[in-house]
Design a protein around this ligand. Structure first.
Ligand SMILES: NC(=O)c1ccc[n+]([C@@H]2O[C@H](COP(=O)([O-])OP(=O)(O)OC[C@H]3O[C@@H](n4cnc5c(N)ncnc54)[C@H](O)[C@@H]3O)[C@@H](O)[C@H]2O)c1
Length: 435
């Protein structure tokens, strides 16, 4: 099938590569000319495991192309995905200017009936706004549908190729057939394509992210409670996660959720509710807990080293909002590092993939270490923010020998407190009993 994907970011690139991989003729379009020319040279501007070879292979075999000619891409395609960003506006609502701009371009280039799919995360009612924006430019027939994306950065290819489910909101047979055909190769093992009406599909995406964010904030509060009473959140997590009604996924306490989705989607869900005179108090709390949680590692560091950190060196392992991505959007490392700097600390940080993106945020305010150990040279504390594999089994005696004070504040509970104490570390996790 001839497919156009407008917006070549995390979602557009992964969707484009995977749809090309299954034999479709895909063009990915973007307004960012620099990004497009890098992609044409197989240089992938983001880090996502497995993406680069898939793009190179499909480009070489002629099934995947990149362009800045958005109108041209639309004219050639039978189905057009809108996968541009929907960043938070000042009032928390999703900013739809890019989505609606693309919709108008699609309208101006409607040369035969097409299926137009909103893949960007958009509030309920947006597909209707997309329809109206297209209709404002053309009298030709077309079909809209909503197909929210559930991929996780860091595992995006796997999630797209083997989705738990595909959610499609439709109100026409044409859209249902086209999406059924496109997704058939990805659901061969029986995971469902869930067809529903368009508003339900739009709400599903926000409900899913809000639920996941709620589990994280819930566990972060349970962890805080555990610390007060001398319980261990790892045991509590196992104790509740084995209950099938609860399940074990997404029960890990940590330094607060970040990334391009949870923070903005929770805010947008709250805002859409408030526009409907509905107070989503539960999500207000989820957000507040998360804002507090993003400062927990800073407070633990200051509790151990004192509020004034001048003359102290703090090493930070991990800057990306989670492992296996270079994405720094809303990463808990940002308030942590700025808080440490404000308190006077010298910060030496390492991340396996997010050094380039973090330079755009911290500039020359911090020291960028070439490897995890060189960040530790003379450090008064190590703070672990991201759960990269490379941090999971380090050489503890080498670490200890490099640090001025063997203090580890672990935002991801990577290590066993008793083992760390045995190795001579002062070790504090999140919600763990200190050995
Ligand atoms: N990143 C994720 O993990 C994820 C997961 C599920 C859903 N989503 C949703 O998917 C959407 C895209 O997210 P992303 O992370 O891929 O964003 P992104 O910022 O990485 O990419 C968006 C791309 O759209 C391009 N763009 C903006 N305006 C354009 C226009 N008018 N025409 C053509 N291109 C344009 C930008 O240049 C950019 O390359 C968002 O709504 C997001 O909430 C993201």
């Amino acid at each position: 099938m001839k497919v156009a994907i407008i917006g070549s970011g995390y979602v557009g690139l992964v969707a484009g590569a995977c749809l090309a991989e299954t034999g479709n003729d895909v063009v990915c379009a973007d307004i960012d000319a620099g990004k497009v020319s890098r992609l044409q040279a197989n240089e992938v501007p983001i880090y996502e495991p497995g993406l680069e070879p898939m793009i190179a292979r499909n480009q070489a075999e002629g099934r995947l192309t990149f362009t800045t000619d958005i109108g041209g891409a639309v004219r050639e395609a039978r189905v057009v995905f809108i996968a541009v960003g929907t960043p938070p506006g000042e009032d928390g609502s999703a900013d739809l200017q890019h989505v609606l701009a693309v919709a108008r371009t699609i309208g101006r280039n409607m040369n035969f009936p097409k299926v137009v799919i909103t893949k960007s995360t958009v509030p309920v009612g947006t597909a209707e706004r997309v329809r109206a924006a297209i209709q404002g430019e053309t009298s030709s027939p077309f079909y809209v549908c909503s197909n929210p994306e559930f991929l996780k950065e860091g595992a995006a290819i796997e999630d797209f190729m083997k989705p738990d489910r595909v959610v499609v909101g439709v109100d026409s047979d044409e859209a249902r057939e086209a999406l059924g055909e496109l997704y058939a190769p990805f659901v061969r093992t029986g995971n469902p394509i869930l067809f529903m009406d368009i508003p339900s599909a739009e709400v599903t995406k926000y409900a899913a992210n809000a639920m996941l964010a709620t589990r994280i904030s819930f566990m972060n509060q349970v962890a805080e409670f555990c610390e007060r009473v001398g319980a261990d959140v790892q045991d509590v997590r196992r104790g509740i996660g084995t209950d099938r009604r609860i399940g074990s996924a997404f029960l890990f306490p940590g330094p607060g959720y970040g990334g391009s989705c949870f923070p903005k989607d929770v805010k947008a869900f709250i805002k859409t509710a408030s526009d409907l005179d509905l107070k989503f108090d539960l999500l207000d709390s989820v957000e507040q807990v998360n804002e507090r949680q993003k400062l927990v590692l800073l407070h633990k560091t200051q509790k151990a080293l004192g509020a004034n950190l001048s003359g102290k060196t703090v090493a930070v392992w991990g800057l990306a909002f989670k492992a296996e991505t270079d994405d720094m959007r809303e990463s808990p490392s940002i308030p942590l590092v700025f808080g440490l700097l404000k308190a006077g600390a010298r910060v030496a940080a390492h991340d396996p993939k997010a050094m380039e993106t973090s330079r755009e945020i911290f500039g020359d305010k911090i020291v960028y270490a070439a490897d995890p150990y060189s960040a530790l040279q003379g450090a008064d504390a190590l703070v672990i923010v991201t759960e990269w594999l490379v941090y999971r089994n380090p050489d503890f005696s080498r670490m200890r020998s490099m640090m001025s004070r063997p203090l580890v504040l672990d935002g991801r509970n990577l290590f066993d407190p008793a083992r760390m104490a045995g190795q001579g570390f002062e070790y504090h996790g999140i919600g763990r009993r200190t050995a």
